[in-house]
Design a binder for this molecule. Structure first.
Ligand code: BDR
Ligand code: CA
Length: 313
């Protein structure tokens, strides 16, 4: 088997973050150097704890979890308890984690890891607001050339926004951090709402997780049933979008996704369109192509991969 791909998952769990982490932990093709928590769906105290709960659920308590930025770079923190519940992981009844949080700050961990590992061999997987990643890039600009790529969930264009008519949650929460990341020169792959809104947790798909009959399978079904209720009502669909696992699925099976290289710029000034990802899909500007933006997903293949992998835990 080829060498496992080294990754750092930066996350704000969040039920869909949790499923992404489970998918990564279940996949031998990936070597998770660490999981870094950021404030987002719920405050940092909860996201770092939730990350540890998920590692324990997966039976991987040796995974290193780090706590990062407590708030966005410039703006006040906006959270999403209405979607994720008070704990951020409402649905299953998961025990308090026993595994310890690492002492090192998440941003130091990201910088030190990238400086220590061979250049071009570590991929960053941000699943939440980009605060930790931007802070790392600001703290040690040399890391920009050492990051293999960033595969992130965030933004939206044809599909509009999910927190304002035009902004997606992760970018909206810390648009200034997103701006730093999209200007960094690091190769970026974007999973926007245009993809994730096609990956719906239909009742049949949730049933497939439950049918695994394992703790992970049942907890996943419970998380998704809680998580989807908000979006089902909002969009009138059977199931809600399963955003964050698209990032990990891309690393495992990039052929599930289709997109193109284009310029992505982030709005940081206008209150009306704050956090909008302005995606030059049609190449109507001369702005440099700074990201590969995905637009389509083989959603049946995506859910088949998820069920097969989570079944291994
Ligand atoms: C993103 O926002 C969060 O609520 C989800 O975890 C996902 O990362 C979707 O807009
Ligand atoms: Ca998330």
């Amino acid at each position: 088997m080829p060498k496992a791909q080294k990754i750092i998952i930066d996350t704000d769990p969040g039920q869909d973050d949790a499923v992404a982490i489970l998918l990564a932990l279940a996949s031998p093709e990936l070597d998770i150097l660490g999981i870094t928590a950021v404030a987002g769906n719920v405050p940092l105290k909860l996201t770092e704890k939730n990350a540890r709960k998920i590692c324990e659920l997966a039976g991987k308590p040796d995974t290193k979890v780090f706590s990062g930025a407590i708030r966005p770079l410039v703006r006040e923190l906006v959270t999403a308890e209405e979607v994720h519940g008070k704990t951020g992981l409402d649905g299953p009844d998961l025990p308090e984690p026993k595994m310890k949080l690492q002492d090192q700050h998440a941003v130091d961990f990201i910088v030190e890891t990238l400086m220590a590992e061979e250049s071009g061999t570590v991929t960053l997987c941000p699943l939440g607001p980009l605060t930790n990643i931007a802070l790392a890039l600001i703290r040690e600009p040399k890391i920009a050339k050492r990051i293999e790529k960033i595969v992130l969930m965030g933004g939206g264009f044809f599909e509009g926004g999910n927190v304002t008519p035009i902004a997606e949650f992760n970018i909206y929460v810390d648009p200034h951090a997103a701006d730093v990341v999209f200007r960094s020169g690091v190769p970026i792959v974007v999973m926007p709402l245009d993809v994730t809104h096609k990956a719906l947790t239909t009742s049949k798909r949730v049933a497939a997780f439950r049918k695994l009959g394992t703790r992970v399978g049942i907890a996943t079904a419970q998380m998704l049933e809680f998580f989807e209720r908000f979006d089902e009502e909002k969009y009138g669909t059977d199931g809600g979008p399963l955003h964050d696992p698209c990032v990990i699925a891309y690393l495992l099976k990039p052929e599930l996704f289709k997109g193109r290289e284009c310029n992505v710029s982030v709005e940081t000034a206008s209150e009306l369109t704050m956090g909008m990802t302005v995606i030059d899909w049609w190449g109507v500007t001369k702005r440099p192509k700074n990201a590969t933006v995905m637009r389509d997903i083989d959603h049946d293949g995506f859910f088949a991969l998820l069920v097969e992998r989570l079944g291994r835990l």
